[in-house]
Design a protein around this ligand. Structure first.
Ligand code: LLP
Length: 433
């Protein structure tokens, strides 16, 4: 994060807090959340995209503290489950500022969203449209709806997180005509209010041409709806997915520049079709919270493993692993790391940072040069773990999930406490009390 540096001892300091002190007080491992960094990234999107609405995508990382920061910075919130809705409402979020996603929202989730007065429900299937019509009719309510469409673009990202090609579960296809049909149906239903189209092409995307192609196809549909149904939909959501730098090779876009580019495309296309420019919104998650957190681990064992041709690799085992960061194992994600508790001038050696779980795929950082004197008791920090690490954490092997400790101006605040063995055993109905 921006407010991190190595201090005179060579130890990592985040938000004015030495991570050695942080771990001594709060235990190891821990996620360290830089409040100022989070807020300034949120603000950069808000200010950069000043003509847009910005919905922070809570799936990247959500807790009540984050909801409050998001609301204070003037952003809205994208949620995609009853659980995320519960966090938002518990934090006192204005329901009007929530957008509710999901390809299989349950009757109970839809009911809660409707009754809470959620600002937009993004519908993803004909079944869901039927369900929403029925639920709204029973309550004599009108549900504000956006229609999730797939633009048929191949986003350049990992297959599991690309969402706008044809053969996947999300949205209504523009190409097949399903999207137009869905929009027409929503438009006819008196129980539904048609707000606009929604397109999200995938996550961790750097190549802006994907956004551009998708935006053009979505706006063409927006214009067709205006033409043939005589409805000017007031809104348009272009989703999230803006990539961040995990290693130094990546080159993330600046929000203001992205905004200018996206704004231009929308305006140009709308003008081309002679339709009014709708209110555009976007949904960044990773680009706001990703760089704002790092994970600090303690080294437990160091092992030298011989490779072919006389080469070797140092396996550095830390006190966490795929249960607090599944991204390396799941998406082959690249992370970097740094020795965080001291200065070392030992020669760098090729190291792999692995966890404590019982499988060899339990890798956090595939390849990194660490000082060759790295040893048990050292601390290792992995930057860029704010997005999709705590939110996808598990209890695999009954390893309790680490806490999230916010830092600011030299002070720490526990925003999510460490999970305990008692927490885990509390769900085990056979455990003696
Ligand atoms: N809007 C919608 C409708 C989404 O599905 C997503 C992400 C976002 C916004 C936010 O995307 P972002 O700006 O954070 O890239 N677990 C995967 C990422 C899954 C993304 C799912 N949807 C990972 O760790 O890379």
């Amino acid at each position: 994060s921006t407010n991190s540096k190595k201090n005179g001892d060579g130890a990592l300091e985040v938000g004015g807090v030495d991570v050695r002190d942080l771990l001594a007080e709060h235990g190891s491992p821990a996620y360290v959340l830089d409040e100022d960094d989070f807020r300034s990234r949120a603000r950069a999107f808000k200010e950069g995209f000043k003509d847009f609405d910005v919905y922070y995508a809570g799936k990247a990382f959500l807790c009540t503290t984050i909801v409050r920061w998001v609301m204070e910075e003037g952003l809205n919130l994208d949620i995609c489950s009853g659980g995320e809705l519960a966090v938002a409402l518990r934090a006192g979020a204005d329901p009007k500022r929530l957008g509710f996603h999901g390809n299989n929202k349950s009757v109970s989730e839809l009911t809660r969203a409707l009754e809470a007065g959620v600002g937009r429900i993004i519908v993803d299937s004909q079944d869901e449209i039927s369900r929403l019509i029925e639920l709204a009719a029973e309550r004599d309510l009108v549900a504000p709806v956006m229609v999730r469409v797939t633009a048929g673009v191949e986003a350049h990202t990992h297959e599991y997180i690309a969402t706008a090609h044809e053969d996947q579960k999300f949205g209504f296809s523009i190409t097949s005509g399903a999207a137009y049909e869905a929009v027409a149906r929503v438009n006819e239903a008196p129980e539904l209010q048609l707000l606009g189209l929604h397109s999200h092409i995938g996550s961790q995307i750097f190549d802006s041409s994907g956004f551009e192609v998708a935006a053009k196809r979505v706006i063409a549909l927006h214009a067709r709806v205006s033409d043939e149904l005589g409805v000017d939909m007031p809104e348009l959501d272009l989703g999230g997915g803006f990539g961040i730098a995990y290693t130094t090779q990546d080159d993330p876009a600046d929000p203001a520049q992205l905004a200018t580019e996206m704004g231009k495309i929308v305006e140009h296309e709308c003008r081309g079709f002679g339709v009014e420019v709708p209110k555009v919104s976007i949904e960044p998650g990773r680009a706001i919270v990703g760089p704002a957190m790092c994970t600090v681990y303690s080294v437990g064992t160091v092992k030298e493993v011989e490779l072919d041709a006389g080469a070797s690799r140092t396996y550095v085992s830390v006190d966490g692993g795929m249960s607090d960061n599944i991204r390396t194992a799941l998406y082959d994600a690249d992370y970097s790391c740094t020795l965080a508790n001291r200065y070392s001038d030992a020669t760098p050696t090729l190291a792999r940072v692995v966890g404590k779980h019982c499988e060899s795929g339990d890798i956090i950082v595939k390849d990194e040069f660490l000082p060759s004197d790295v040893q048990p008791g050292d601390l290792v920090a992995v930057p860029g773990t704010g997005a999709y690490c705590r939110s996808m954490a598990s209890n695999y092997n009954h390893v309790p999930r680490p806490p999230v400790i916010a830092v600011k101006d030299g002070r720490t605040t526990v925003v999510i406490r460490r999970e305990t063995e008692d927490d885990m055993l509390a769900l085990d109905m056979g455990a003696a009390q």
